[in-house]
Design a protein around this ligand. Structure first.
Ligand code: IVH
Length: 707
């Protein structure tokens, strides 16, 4: 056998094995091998593909990370039009639908399939010879955007189907792309921390994500997909339910909530069952879809111009509640923006008890003509964030007091300002307003900034409240203040060790993330990367004018003015000097960029012993710039112990005891992106981990099907 054909065989075998393992892991919650073994197989395949790019298979499991940049999405015609469904909010309408079906089928027996209506974005996928070849959005129903690179990043979506099973050679799968609620909430929490506008609901978030031009950013957003129909050129199945079962067998994600219903009253049972239960699901649903099961009967019933006559969507009414407005609190954010929050008499709404609702800004309070003591209507926008939509004026109590919007900061008393064109009032006391200082510290230690292990938002907030830390630079004094730290309650020796190791390690965090962590208004992750890549270091940035900065791609005038102003402030210059003395990275290091990715996101490492190919600092920097964390002590939560020469036997024993994998320096390097995947610092740092994340501690769980 020639070398090439042996290599090809190995590539094929690895590809097949990894596809199989992914299927087991994501669709069936089964881990056949350890994460480490999985990583090794993936690394082997990556290496072979790097050495023989011509032999790499188009749907290789190494190609899920994204990295494709699409300037403008091409469009494609749908082979079968993507119609929408007729909607109803009433049970009577459902009964009428059933009567129409009965009439249309001329008395023949029939049954239904009921499914949840997932609130996401419709997607059409094409599988040819078992390979995912195209993903197209609904568009205008006849033509949509080709977003294949982006849908390929959806981890639960098989790129290659399992062989066999009398599968059609060419078929289309329709379904819904969505963002799981916990991911949506995390995304919004991050946006709030960064002072960015919040996403209204998971559907908008999913649709915006699908349209991102950089698929590596899409990968980081953790989209999911549920299939709800299978289309083939000929008639391949007798019923819709048989098609759903086949999709499941092929390895496609199908929500297992669907049920057959023999009668309309069984349909209504399904509707009633999910009316409340749907709020327990980690995905937004806005109704139920009812479909005639038999495909021949579907054809018989046919279509109107817009929608099928054999299906209907029942939408749950947006849930609203009436409750009393007791107080309005004012939150002060990192940038000084003041946001009013309504404090309500607790009221159950759409699966949760609502106690607070956002009021957005002063304009909204005025527009609603709100008074303290009013009975107000609360709704969940897109089922998620409660908001006040109106006042029950008939029930207004005699003494209801108009809301006095504060003229001074509720936290520090400084008169508020409202810059022209902005909806928010702001506290201009950037240097002394406690909630602003605290929020800036929380931002500095946050995951996408310095990501300091052992120092989360809560701990740094505690240090702030105790007066121990006021600015990010104070964090670097903490290791020398151990005697003080040990006197604090709920902070054991081990936590202090971790904290100190985390702080020391954060000195290796690359400059763009430090710049982002400084919390300059409007300077998000991407802008920080652009500025860092252009100026290479803080010194050049400190003397740059707003005009100069505005000329850097993606740095607009407003951002440039804010950044230039920030660098001129004496206290910020002082902060920079102190960070410099603390040894924090204030320059882009070296000629070649350190490989950067999120490949090690969620993983923690302990380094022990002496290493051959890299210094310990280099290894730390590699781990951190790929999203991992360094920690000081070995616990059962540790992901890897990286062992060098002369590693202490106690460490080894402890790691073995906790079943923590012990890996070598070479193993560590194999976990990192291959050199051809190394991004220049201009690119976004979000890159999806290639390997499946470790199953949650609670047992095999929620990685695959959500419900
Ligand atoms: S069936 C002919 N089933 O709801 C239309 N649609 O207007 C076939 N949707 O945007 C659609 N969950 O993407 C169907 N289980 C489900 C669904 C579902 C959500 C979406 C669909 C479309 C809208 C229907």
């Amino acid at each position: 056998m020639s070398d090439t054909s042996a290599t090809l065989q190995r590539i094929q075998a690895l590809t097949e094995q990894l596809h199989h393992l992914n299927y087991q892991y994501y669709q069936r919650d089964i881990s056949e091998i350890s994460d480490q073994e999985f990583d090794q197989l993936l690394a082997e395949l990556q290496q072979l593909e790097a050495e023989h790019p011509d032999l790499a298979l188009p749907n290789s499991p190494t190609r899920r990370v994204g990295g494709t940049i699409t300037k403008q999405f091409p469009t494609a015609d749908h082979r079968y039009p993507m119609l929408s469904l007729g909607n109803t909010y009433s049970e009577d309408d459902l009964r009428e639908f059933d009567e129409r079906v009965q009439k249309g089928l001329e008395g023949a027996p029939y049954s239904y399939v009921c499914e949840l209506k997932i609130d996401g974005v419709a997607m059409s996928l094409r599988y040819e010879h078992g390979q995912l070849t195209q993903g197209v959005t609904r568009g205008d129903g006849t033509r949509g955007d080709v977003v294949t690179a982006n849908v390929r990043t959806i981890k639960t979506l098989p790129l290659a189907l399992r062989p066999g099973d009398n599968r059609p050679e060419d078929f289309e799968v329709r379904g819904e792309v969505f963002l799981p609620l916990p991911v949506f909430e995390e995304l919004n929490a991050e946006r709030e921390q960064n002072g960015e506008a919040l996403l209204a609901n998971p559907r908008n978030a999913a649709s915006g994500t699908l349209k991102l031009q950089n698929s590596a950013q899409v990968a980081a957003r953790k989209l999911r997909f549920y299939a709800y129909s299978l289309l083939t050129p000929g008639r391949h199945f007798a019923s819709h339910s048989a098609a759903l079962e086949a999709l499941t067998r092929y390895g496609l994600p199908v929500s297992d909530t669907w049920r057959r219903a023999a009668t309309i009253s069984e349909v209504l049972d399904f509707v009633h069952y999910w009316a409340k239960k749907r709020f327990d699901l980690p995905v937004a649903t806005d109704g139920i879809v009812i479909k005639v099961d038999n495909l021949r009967q579907q054809d018989q019933l046919g279509y109107t111009a817009k929608s099928p006559r054999w299906a209907i969507a029942y939408k749950y009414p947006a849930e609203a509640a009436r409750t009393r407005l007791n107080e309005v609190l004012y939150n002060v954010g990192r940038t000084g923006a003041v946001t009013p929050v309504a404090v309500l008499t607790p009221v159950p709404l759409a699966g949760t008890v609502v106690k607070r609702a956002t009021l957005h800004n002063a304009n909204q309070i005025e527009a609603l003509d709100l008074r303290l003591g009013d009975l107000v209507f609360v709704e969940k926008g897109g089922e998620i964030i409660p908001k006040i939509t109106g006042v029950d004026l008939d029930a207004r109590p005699a003494g209801a007091t108009p809301i006095q919007y504060p003229t001074a900061c509720p936290a520090c008393g400084t008169p508020l300002v409202r810059p022209e064109g902005e909806a928010h009032f702001r506290c201009p006391n950037e240097r002394g307003c406690p909630p602003q200082l605290r929020a800036r510290l929380e931002h500095y230690v946050s995951r996408k900034a310095l990501n300091i292990d052992g120092l989360g938002a809560e701990t740094v907030g505690r240090f702030f409240e105790l007066g121990m830390v006021k600015t990010p630079a104070d964090i670097y004094d903490l290791p020398a203040r151990r005697p003080e730290l040990v006197t604090l309650e709920r902070l054991g020796e081990k936590s202090i060790d971790n904290l100190i190791t985390g702080i020391e390690a954060s000195r290796q965090v690359p400059f763009p993330r430090v710049l982002f962590g400084m919390g300059i208004r409007y300077v998000g992750e991407t802008v920080a990367q652009k500025l860092a890549a252009h100026y290479r270091g803080i010194d050049a940035l400190m003397v740059a004018s707003a005009e100069e900065m505005a000329a850097v791609p993606e740095v607009g005038g407003v951002i440039a003015v804010a950044a230039a102003h920030w660098f001129q402030q004496p206290e910020n210059r002082q902060l920079i000097e102190r960070l410099r003395q603390a040894g924090v990275q204030l320059e882009v290091t070296g000629e070649a960029p350190v490989p950067a990715s999120d490949r090690l996101a969620g993983l923690t490492f302990v380094l022990s012993g002496v290493f051959e190919q890299h210094s310990r600092d280099e290894l730390q920097q590699l781990i951190i710039s790929n999203g991992g964390k360094i920690t000081g002590s070995i616990s059962k939560k540790l992901s890897y112990l990286v062992a060098g020469e002369n590693m202490g036997p106690a460490k080894r024993e402890k790691a073995l005891g906790f079943k923590v994998p012990i890996i070598s320096e070479t193993d560590l390097m194999a976990l990192l992106p291959a050199p051809d995947e190394v991004r220049s610092p201009e690119m976004a740092p979000e890159e999806e981990a290639l390997r499946p994340p470790a199953p949650p501690a609670a047992g095999p769980g929620q990685q695959g099907l959500l419900f």
